[in-house]
Design a binder for this molecule. Structure first.
Ligand code: 5GP
Length: 214
C-alpha cells in the first residue's frame, strides 16, 4: 500500500502518551490518528470510533483471520490491532498517520513500512509512572499492577525506536515531538522533488543516477 508519512508513538501505560498524541494532532491538521480495534472494555470518557473501535473477541479474531490487520498484539490481556483500512484512509486523504501502539505493534509496522518514524515516550521516573497510573483512576488494582509490570518490558524495547522523548514536562515534550515531525518532513528523500524542480527549471540536465532517493 502506498502511504504518506507514518509516525509511531509508543510508551508504557501512564507515560502521558495519549495527551501528547492529542497535542500533536491539534498542531498538525494534516495528520490522522489511526483508530485501533480493541477487545478492551470502553472507559467512560472514551468514544467509539474516535478513541477505538470496541469489538468482541470473535469479531477481532475474524478480522485477524481475514488478514484485515496491518498489525495486532495482545497487550495487558486484551487484543489491540491496526486495520489496513485505517492506513488506507489516511493514504487516500493524503494525510500523515499517527499510530499509538505498543512495542510489539511498533515492530510489526516497521517491518511493513520501514520508513515509519518510531518515537518512544519515557516517563521521568518509575515512581512518577506509578503515580500517573494511580491518578488516572480508570484501572482496577489488578490491571494497574499488570500495566506497571509491563512498563518495564516496554522500556526494554527502547533500542528499536528512532527517537526517545522524556515526558518530564508536557510542553517541552510536545515541542520535541513537533520538532521530530518537522525534521522527518524535511528529509532529503521527501524533499528531493523540490530540488529537482529548481534544477529542471534552470535546464540543468540530470544523470540517471542522481541522488533522488535513498
Ligand atoms: P490502553 O488500553 O491504555 O488504551 O492501551 C494499552 C496499550 O495498547 C497502549 O500501549 C497502546 O499504545 C496499545 N495499543 C493501542 N492500540 C493498539 C494497536 O492497534 N496495536 C497495538 N499493538 N497496540 C495498541
Amino acid at each position: 500500500m502506498d502511504t504518506g508519512e507514518l509516525f509511531i508513538v509508543c510508551s508504557p501505560s501512564g507515560a502521558g502518551k495519549t495527551t501528547l498524541c492529542r497535542r500533536l494532532l491539534e498542531r498538525f491538521g494534516d495528520m490522522r490518528f489511526s483508530v485501533s480495534h480493541t477487545t478492551r472494555r470502553k472507559r467512560p470518557q472514551e468514544v467509539e470510533g474516535r478513541d477505538y473501535h470496541f469489538v468482541d473477541q470473535a469479531t477481532f479474531d475474524g478480522m485477524a483471520q481475514r488478514g484485515e490487520f496491518a498489525e495486532w498484539a495482545v497487550v495487558h490481556g486484551n487484543r489491540y490491532g491496526t486495520s489496513n483500512a485505517e492506513i488506507r484512509k489516511a493514504a487516500e486523504e493524503g494525510r500523515a498517520i499517527l499510530f499509538d501502539v505498543d512495542f510489539q505493534g511498533a515492530a510489526q509496522i516497521r517491518v511493513r513500512y520501514p520508513s515509519a518514524a518510531a518515537i518512544f515516550i519515557l516517563p521521568p521516573s518509575l515512581g512518577e509512572l506509578r503515580r500517573r497510573l494511580e491518578q488516572r483512576g480508570t484501572e482496577t488494582r489488578e490491571s494497574l499492577e499488570l500495566r506497571y509490570r509491563n512498563a518495564l518490558r516496554e522500556i526494554e524495547a527502547y533500542p528499536q525506536f528512532d527517537f526517545l522523548v522524556v515526558n518530564d514536562d508536557v510542553e517541552r515534550a510536545v515541542e520535541t515531538l513537533v520538532g521530530i515531525v518537522l525534521a522527518e518532513r524535511a528529509r532529503r528523500t521527501r524533499r528531493a522533488a523540490a530540488a529537482e524542480r529548481l534544477l529542471a527549471e534552470a535546464g540543468v540536465s540530470r544523470s540517471a543516477n542522481s541522488p533522488r532517493a535513498g
